[in-house]
Design a protein around this ligand. Structure first.
Ligand code: IFM
Length: 459
């Protein structure tokens, strides 16, 4: 089988980030606006009115990020590339300067013995493509494959681990369903069109990258265990499961959308949308699967006390009819995102996904936002609750591996506090704090805990 993952005899470790959340420099070196540059300017779109124009100022010098990653001693650094830096108008003109930055990053990582894991799309679509319809139109999938090939042509001799999309559920259903994410559209059931075009884009890109010699092309999904709180919630939970999980895994693993998915997303039965050959192209296209896990989706009948307003909440229930009486009902304890802490669900998810897909799995994101309040005399932060979260989730991964799940790695989200999408800078997931005034980076206790863990277990 084609892939460049370690054999899994022991778990590999890493950290992850994404371009818009850390880079800043929205106009540098020919970069054009992405949908997030545009969306963040909309009043009310971001809780604190902020945007990613500064973020962690990782562009143009990736050096400080590389130092922090190296200090952890981890095997992998997972980052994403900004499509509008590389193909500013979304068409065919490639901007060499944009690619130069990622070349510096990749070379710097390799020099220090860190393996780059590159994600091609972590939500920053060129605005020019959104103006032509974005993920609601088929052409965007073709343009994505062209962009993927341009990146692979330049970096494929050094980057061996590729992910096409990060969490297409968010792109489709938060971007075009609830509108909580860019481009902030609310097109109801039409959002399923975006889901199909995203998977098509993945399939086209993977096929062309494989033709170009790529060995390990995966996709990263935020697969979500869906838990029905009562029998009455079972149908609603099944609908949530369809658009959280099966709408992605069906094409990838079976080459089809199952009957339950078509019930909640009838547009996916439209032959003008899902054309002959589309699903065959996606079927078997991933060499490995990235699983991002934070929390389960617990579905219950609506009562006054059951209201969660996190971005993983009402958005997807609003995307299809018949579930008005249901809500997400996270139990306690919760993180600062209001997300239930439930490590057992991660163990079950990994075992189930192993049996369902047969693919090598990597937990490509896992971590927690907490209010970082305990400051130590050296100015660093004692984030004991984040360490507890990470410890319990690592134990769940170990248990899943003991139960036979082929999990090759665990990447913590995230290296440093950064722009948390519609929450702006109000939610902190980082192992390193970033001062919003002077951007000074200070490792938290969790950073040292992780470095020590990697030393003890081997990277
Ligand atoms: O910050 C995000 C990331 O970009 C995608 N996965 C979830 C993280 C926490 O919300």
């Amino acid at each position: 089988m084609r892939h460049a993952l370690p054999d899994g005899s022991r778990l590999a470790f890493g950290v992850a980030t994404a371009s818009y959340q850390i880079e800043g420099a929205p106009h540098a070196d020919g970069k054009a606006p992405s949908i997030w540059d545009t969306f963040t300017q909309r009043p009310g779109a971001v809780d604190d009115g902020s945007d990613g124009s500064v973020a962690c100022a990782s562009y143009p010098d990736p050096g400080p990020d590389i130092e922090l990653v190296t200090g952890l001693g981890v095997r992998w650094y997972r980052f994403s590339l900004s499509w509008p830096r590389i193909v500013p108008d979304g068409g065919s003109e490639v901007n060499k300067l944009g690619l130069d930055y990622y070349e510096r990053l990749v070379d710097g990582l390799l020099e220090r013995g860190v393996t780059p894991m590159a994600t091609l799309y972590h939500w920053d679509l060129p605005q020019s493509l959104e103006d032509l319809g974005g993920w609601l139109v088929r052409d965007t999938a073709e343009r994505f494959a062209d962009y993927a090939v341009a990146v692979h042509d330049r970096l494929g001799d050094r980057v061996r681990l590729w992910a096409t999309l990060n969490e297409p559920w968010c792109s489709a259903y938060l971007g075009y369903g609830s509108g909580r994410h860019a481009p902030g559209k609310q097109v109801g059931g039409e959002a399923h069109r975006a889901a199909h075009h995203l998977m098509l884009g993945h399939g086209l890109a993977a096929a062309r990258m494989h033709e170009g010699g790529a060995e390990s092309v995966g996709i990263v999904l935020n697969l979500t265990p869906v838990l029905a709180e009562t029998e009455a919630a079972a149908d609603a939970a099944d609908g949530v499961d369809a658009i959280r999980n099966r709408v992605w895994l069906g094409p990838l693993v079976d080459g089809e959308y199952d009957a339950g998915t078509l019930r909640v997303a009838p547009v996916l039965a439209d032959p003008e949308l899902v054309r002959p050959g589309d699903l065959d192209l996606v079927h078997g296209s991933a060499d490995w699967l990235g699983v991002n896990y934070y929390t389960p989706a617990r579905v219950a009948q609506a009562t006054e006390e059951l209201v969660s307003d996190d971005t993983g909440g009402d958005g997807d229930l609003a995307a299809f009819p018949g579930v008005e009486d249901f809500r997400f009902a996270p139990r306690h304890p919760r993180t600062d995102m209001d997300w239930e802490v439930d490590a057992d669900s991660l163990e079950r998810l990994l075992v189930d996904t192993h049996h369902r897909t047969g693919l090598p799995l990597v937990v490509t994101e896992n971590g927690a936002a907490y209010v970082d309040k305990t400051v130590l005399p050296d100015g660093s932060i004692d984030d004991a609750d984040r360490i507890d979260y990470l410890e319990s989730h690592l134990a769940a991964i170990d248990a899943a591996r003991d139960a036979g799940a082929d999990v090759r790695g665990w990447l913590v989200w995230t290296l440093m506090d950064n722009f948390e999408w519609s929450h702006g800078y109000t939610k902190t997931f980082g192992l390193v704090s970033v001062d919003r005034d002077d951007l000074r980076r200070t490792p938290k206790r969790s950073y040292h805990w992780f470095a020590d863990l990697v030393r003890r277990r081997g990277r």
